[in-house]
Design a protein around this ligand. Structure first.
Ligand code: ATP
Ligand code: MG
Length: 456
């Protein structure tokens, strides 16, 4: 046994996979706040949750995203199932899976559906700030809707979310990329223009010149900006139907005071988009400034062999939004608990376990001080833990308290120095603290959803 232990100590430390992060407290609490806010905003628009598997068959993405996208070309985690040779891919995005599922289960048989999802996505990218190999998205997909109203609703929903999260520096960029036929005519003009400027194209642009020239507009190469700015604009190639749809989206946004700017170079990385495309961007995150991207994808159902179904959606990057929330400085780590219970002596320890359960029965969040490898520690060290827990109250049980059948209650957040500790009979502790909490809740503003633990 001794020998084994020392052998284990010498072993190399195992570390996580590059570009895949652990979510740790207190960030996990902020993440929870984000998810709760998203859920309530989505619910207020009638969106329902869908959960699809993280693994899908590789052809789903190859076909759905288009062979010449960054994702399919070089970012997918694809492998063969060692058991049966199936070609599988860790999902790089959520839309393909949702649409696959909608077709498989005929989800739109009785009319359009508003769906949302949340979860991890995987892309083999170069890890950097705001860019990871496992990252997380919340997405919404409105299936079976064709009008500009749903496009605008998705955008309004995002705006509401930013407002609820207290994010101020996110702006909306909007464009329309028309339909396939309009894009084809534009594409020809674009290729002609790029051919004329061939000496200015970098190697990536040259590679895309005939396969996906639209994406060249998306280039981040500073040397190409000037030339790309002068390129034929897709907007000038839109027919009357596409233009009317685009005008419709803009009109609703204006009617509802949602500011936007039109970015004629805005295109999407995925081939299945048409008409409306939009991005929410911020200057506060360095070069990874897009926090949400979306648009219309009327062709995708057909690409997957389903009945033609118009649809529109978006996906937002949770890591980038969390970064923004931190930057806003508006969100503080919530307290671990309402009550921290400290104790000394065997009798007090037994009583405090029972008391902690009773307090939880009454709806309070309670942390009971439990023994570490060095035991429960002194009162003083326990009180330090109580303080740093953020709890409003410490409940103290020692030999004296047990003898007198009381608990000492210390007000850890009280401003007044007098009267910050008192005795309450053991039987009355639960009622006393419930009253205290209710009074405190009445006194504080009702904005913070973490407050109301107790319901009458
Ligand atoms: P980018 O141009 O930043 O690579 P993208 O066009 O690949 O973005 P989408 O596929 O539209 O991004 O995904 C929607 C959102 O998901 C992005 O706007 C971003 O917030 C987030 N996102 C995308 N890739 C990553 C990643 N590797 N790490 C973290 N967040 C990401
Ligand atoms: Mg990308």
């Amino acid at each position: 046994m001794q020998k084994n232990m020392s052998e284990i100590k010498k072993m190399e430390k195992i570390v996580g996979v590059k570009g895949m992060n652990d979510l740790l407290p207190p960030d996990s609490a902020l993440w929870e706040l984000f998810e709760n806010t998203v859920q309530s905003v989505l619910k207020s628009y009638g969106f329902q949750q869908i959960r699809t598997p993280i693994l899908e068959s590789t052809p789903l993405f190859a076909r759905g995203l288009g062979e010449v996208t960054d994702i399919v070309e070089k970012e997918m985690y694809s492998f063969e199932d060692a058991m049966n040779g199936d070609k599988l891919t860790l999902r790089p995005e959520g839309t393909a899976g949702v649409v696959r599922s909608a077709i498989e289960h005929n989800l739109v048989y009785d009319g359009p559906k508003r769906l949302w999802y949340s979860g991890p996505m995987f892309r083999h990218e170069k890890p950097q700030r705001g860019r990871y190999r496992q990252f997380h998205q919340v997405g919404a997909e409105a299936l079976g809707f064709s009008g500009p109203d749903i496009d605008a609703e998705l955008i309004a929903m995002c705006q509401r979310l930013w407002d609820d999260l207290g994010l101020k520096n996110v702006r909306l960029e909007l464009n329309s990329i028309g339909d396939a036929q309009e894009r084809n005519v534009h594409r020809a003009a674009l290729i002609e223009y790029f051919e004329k400027n061939k000496d200015l194209l970098d190697s990536e642009a040259l590679r895309r010149l005939y396969s996906n020239p639209l994406r060249i507009l998306d280039t981040k190469n500073p040397a190409m900006q000037e030339m790309v700015n002068q390129a034929p604009k897709l907007l000038d190639f839109l027919g009357s139907e596409s233009l009317a749809h685009f005008d419709g989206v803009q009109r609703i946004l204006r009617d509802n005071s949602i500011p936007f700017s039109i970015n004629s170079r805005l295109v999407r990385g995925m081939d299945y988009y048409n008409r409306t495309v939009f991005e929410w961007v911020t200057d506060q995150l360095g070069s990874q400034g897009t926090v949400c991207a979306g648009g219309r994808y009327d062709a995708l159902f057909s690409i997957f062999g389903g009945k033609p179904t118009p649809a529109c959606g978006f996906a937002m990057g949770i890591e980038r939004l969390l970064e923004l929330m931190k930057e806003s400085g508006e969100h503080h780590s919530p307290a671990l608990c309402d009550v921290y219970l400290v104790h000394q002596g065997a009798a007090a320890q037994a009583k405090s376990f029972v008391l902690a359960e009773r307090l939880r029965d009454a709806g309070l969040d309670v942390v009971l001080h439990c023994a570490a490898s060095s035991g429960v520690g002194s009162f003083k060290s326990q009180m330090k833990k109580a303080d740093s827990s953020g709890a409003a109250y410490a409940v103290i049980l020692g030999d004296d308290e047990i003898a007198q059948e009381v608990a000492s209650i210390k007000f850890l957040r009280s401003d007044t120095t007098e009267q910050n500790q008192m005795s309450v009979s053991l039987d009355g502790v639960v009622d006393f603290l419930v009253d205290q909490m209710l009074n405190a809740a009445d006194d504080t503003c009702c904005d913070d959803p973490t407050h109301h633990h107790i319901h009458h």
